[in-house]
Design a protein around this ligand. Structure first.
Ligand SMILES: N[C@@H](CCC(=O)N[C@@H](CS)C(=O)NCC(=O)O)C(=O)O
Length: 268
């Protein structure tokens, strides 16, 4: 059985879990232990999740993992065979980190990590001393976002920009999914970043008709509610600011939902 190192609070981990479930690939979950990162580091020098282990083979980076799962475990259901459609899925996945994920760095990450502010700074200092993990630019962005009195406004501008780009570049010819009329790994990746902003009360996507219609369709996909139990439990973190306790409880709720599907979850 394959192993996915990750947790429900991690957007790219949620995308990998959902892909496994939709493709009926059995897997077990190993949550990251950020107090003892040595095992994770042996698989990913950045000590980040998700990481996939398939026998002797290990792979990090969400997009690479999702493509691997589609190619190895067959079917053209979530990665279209048509060269052009597949290229459009790849186009989205290449844009994903600089585009959709940048809304997270400005909106979700500061509001989630604000509960761990002290821990975050300690962690950053430790990472720096270890010549490690968080890219200095990412660290700068996160600290700048936390210090910005206009954090929410600026984050929302980024989310609106991203939404405009997606509405203009995808959903062509009346497609209900980003590329075509069946969900692909591009939808799963994109949804993992954008949808969380609504539950968290950080951006409401008002006026983005195509994206709102897509949200409704994505919510009907199998396992949607299980995968997003963490977000439901975390709730509106603008109305009720996040705390370390809420974060832990939401993570626990997300894990519990996955365990209820029969997915083995290792204790960290
Ligand atoms: N580009 C990576 C991003 C991975 C990532 O940022 N993982 C976060 C959780 S969402 C993490 O493990 N953070 C811990 C750390 O940076 O120390 C991917 O798509 O897999």
């Amino acid at each position: 059985m394959i192993i996915v190192h990750g947790g429900p609070a991690s957007q790219p981990s949620r995308a990998v879990f959902w892909t496994c479930l939709l493709k009926a690939i059995p897997f077990r979950i190993v949550p990251p232990d950020y107090l003892n990162t040595a095992p994770l580091e042996s698989l990913n020098p950045r000590k980040q999740v998700p990481v996939l282990e398939d026998g002797e083979f290990a792979l990090f980076e969400m997009a690479a993992i999702m493509i691997y799962l589609c190619e190895k475990y067959g079917g053209d259901d979530m990665l279209p065979k048509t060269v052009e459609a597949r290229a459009r899925v790849h186009q989205y996945l290449h844009m994903h980190h600089s585009l959709s994920r940048s809304a997270t760095m400005k909106l979700m990450a500061p509001h989630v990590t604000v509960a761990f502010r002290e821990g975050l700074e300690t962690k950053m200092a430790r990472d720096e001393a270890n010549d490690s993990v968080m890219d200095p630019m990412q660290r700068t962005m996160l600290l700048a976002a936390l210090a910005d009195p206009e954090m929410l406004t600026n984050g929302r501008r980024t989310a609106a920009l991203i939404s405009r780009v997606i509405e203009k570049s995808y959903f062509s010819d009346g497609d209900v999914f980003l590329v075509g009329n069946r969900p692909t790994i591009a939808d799963i990746a994109c949804y993992s970043e954008l949808a969380q902003l609504r539950w968290a009360g950080l951006f409401d996507f008002e006026g983005f008709e195509k994206i709102n219609r897509w949200f409704e369709i994505m919510a009907e996909l199998p396992y949607h509610d299980t995968i997003h139990q963490y977000n439901v439990a975390l709730g509106d973190i603008l109305a009720v600011p996040n705390t370390a306790e809420n974060f832990a409880a939401a993570t626990q709720a997300g894990m519990q939902a996955l365990a209820e599907l029969g997915i083995p979850v290792e204790n960290s």
